[in-house]
Design a binder for this molecule. Structure first.
Ligand code: PHE
Length: 336
């Protein structure tokens, strides 16, 4: 009997079945109630007692092996049927949806790319800042309204820790960390305590620029900004600088571009003026250079700062700022 079992072991190891019918035949022949293995279990009664232990173990092993092989073949055949009978292999696959870049990223990257062509590199800094980097070093008087609770989100008072209200804080870090020539762009998210509406949000994005070297002049600033406006909004774009005030620049200006919707003729978008404001700029105040350890007798510089949302609105006519942070794919998918 021992020999018979061993032979059957080989037979079981060689089991093969291509179809469900072949497999069923195997099952009936070996594994059914009247199958060969059951018969062996019946004959087990006649095995002499001193061999029962050995033969019993062998017999169990044979049954387990046969069952295991049977299950394996069954899964294989089922899997094959599933593919051949239920799937249409010629059907096109489901399309894989490609994501799109966020419009603010697109525009920010474009601004960076334009200025990088005239030698600007990118610098980044923390969004949680102290008062000195955001205001103190930048010539804000202690009672300046921008420091007021209404504009700034404070995290801690005395010493003041706050969310930066502009990325000029990164420029402070650059100026205190290195000597001119300095030519950097500071893109990033900034926070201001404003009521959320279609035209204002409690956070937005800026790209600010800073250039410090010997004999940097207002004419250099104007040239760089004209170049930017033409690259960003088209060759026909004109710019206009209006005197303005920022604590950290002197003289300061606000820059308008000719309205790119009506080409300066006057429309609802530019409130019939033909011009739209896009950024603030000016010559770095000597007080700022001094506070940051740069000799204002030797060096001068210009700075500018713009809101990425504003530029994006102009480029793509997005009417409601809130769309930028709502993550609605129907909106985002339009920016391929
Ligand atoms: N920091 C200013 C703002 O946030 C923008 C600015 C930057 C103005 C540099 C002039 C020069 O409004």
């Amino acid at each position: 009997m021992k020999e018979q079992i061993n032979q059957l072991m080989d037979v079981v190891a060689g089991f093969s079945a291509q179809t469900a019918e072949e497999l069923e035949a195997l099952r009936i022949r070996y594994l059914s109630k009247k199958g060969i293995i059951s018969e062996l279990f019946n004959d087990f009664r006649h095995v002499p007692n001193d061999q029962k232990r050995d033969i019993g173990q062998l017999l169990n092993a044979l049954r387990d092996a046969a069952q295991e092989k049977y299950s394996y073949l069954r899964t294989e055949i089922e899997a094959r049927n599933c593919v051949s009978e239920q799937s249409d292999m010629t059907r096109p696959a489901d399309p894989v949806g490609l994501g799109t870049r966020h419009p603010l990223s697109l525009v920010q990257n474009e601004i960076i790319s334009i200025f990088s062509r005239i030698g600007f590199t990118v610098a980044q800094g923390p969004e949680i800042e102290d008062d000195w980097h955001v205001f103190g070093a930048l010539n804000f008087a202690p009672e300046h309204p921008a420091r007021d609770m209404q504009d700034t989100f404070f995290i801690e008072k005395n010493p003041d820790i706050l969310l930066r209200t502009h990325t000029s804080s990164v420029q402070t870090r650059i100026m205190t960390g290195q000597q001119p020539p300095i030519r950097v762009l500071c893109p990033g998210r900034v926070y201001r305590n404003e009521a959320i509406s279609y035209r204002a949000h409690c956070f937005f994005h800026q790209v600010e620029g800073l250039y410090i070297d010997q004999e940097v002049s207002f004419a250099d600033l104007k040239q760089a900004l004209l170049y930017f406006a033409k690259e960003m909004f088209g060759e026909a774009t004109r710019i206009r600088l209006r005197p303005s005030y920022f604590p950290f620049t002197e003289p300061s200006a606000e820059m308008d571009i000719s309205c790119n919707l009506c080409a300066g003729k006057g429309c609802a978008f530019c409130k019939q003026t033909g011009w739209v404001e896009i950024l603030g700029c000016g010559m770095v105040d000597p007080n700022v250079l001094e506070a940051c350890g740069i000799d204002p007798q030797k060096f001068s510089g210009y700075a500018f700062g713009m809101g990425v949302e504003r530029i994006t609105n102009l480029k793509y006519q997005v009417k409601d700022l809130r769309l930028f942070s709502e993550n609605d794919v129907r909106f985002l998918n339009q920016f391929q």
